[in-house]
Design a protein around this ligand. Structure first.
Ligand code: ZN
Length: 266
């Protein structure tokens, strides 16, 4: 019996990996993911497939909506932020894991604990990831000069800790839609708890982006950047924030915060 159950689990995991891997392969061919990003997405997706259809639906909601928004005015965004941000528009493994690891752990944990707590964690994590991604993608090209969240001064588009009205509105819409999807899945997580998790995650992301994320300076271009090696070929120097705290780590912490808020309120 035990052996049969183990074989069943093993086969189930292989099927889950195959299903998630197919979607990740399509996303790779669509230039949405790097090779590492596709591998990471396969692992996160397989956890969702193991946990069941509501989990797949929630993950697909985040992945599809964020991918479509990244494509929206992609050329303009690339031109605006290429001096500043470290990564291109293809998601790499660190980006995928920062956005997906809390959800993936919750998906696996839900298989052993039917209390509903892990559904709350997952819904909060997806709401935070959605709100943050939407506000970043829309805020960069949605018009209006970003203002630094701490003191209101104008900063270049793409600056961590910079917020715009359009970006903030997009984050709120993202959190509300994530909550709507959660409620439609018949999960017993209150709508307001998911919205609150999404907004809390987004706020923590902006605050940490402003306070602790590493900022670097290119002497040759006289520009702030996240890059160690600037596009011009010059090495950049540390000018603020904490060394080693990059956008992905800030993202992961803010998603943990969002998941925690929804879990507390569920
Ligand atoms: Zn430079």
């Amino acid at each position: 019996m035990i052996c049969a159950a183990r074989t069943g689990t093993f086969v189930g995991m292989l099927l889950a990996l195959a299903a998630a891997g197919t979607v990740a392969l399509l996303a790779f061919h669509g230039r949405l993911l790097t090779v590492g990003g596709a591998i990471a997405a396969t692992l996160v997706g397989a956890c969702a497939v193991r946990a069941g259809i509501p989990w797949i639906a929630l993950l697909l909601f985040f992945f599809v909506s964020s991918s479509l928004l990244s494509r929206w005015r992609a050329g303009e965004r690339e031109r605006l932020v290429r001096d500043l941000v470290e990564k291109g528009d293809r998601r790499d493994a660190a980006q995928v894991l920062a956005n997906g690891i809390v959800f993936a752990v919750a998906a696996l944990a839900s298989l052993r604990d039917a209390s509903g707590a892990w559904e709350a964690v997952a819904a909060g994590a997806i709401a935070a990831a959605t709100a943050d991604t939407w506000s970043t993608e829309v805020g960069t090209v949605g018009g209006g000069a970003p203002r630094f969240i701490l003191d209101g001064r104008q900063v270049p588009p793409g600056t961590s800790g910079g917020v715009t009205l359009a970006g903030t509105a997009a984050g709120i819409v993202g959190a509300v839609l994530a909550a709507s999807v959660t409620v439609s899945l018949d999960w017993e997580v209150p709508f307001a708890a998911v919205v609150a998790g999404g907004l809390a995650g987004s706020a923590v992301d902006s605050l940490l982006g402003a306070l602790v994320q590493e900022r670097r300076w290119c002497d040759r271009c006289a520009l702030y950047t996240e890059r160690r090696l600037h596009r011009c070929g010059s090495l950049t120097t540390h000018r603020g924030g904490i060394r080693g705290i990059d956008n992905d780590l800030v993202n992961l912490i803010s998603i943990l915060a969002g998941a925690g808020v929804t879990w507390l309120l569920h």
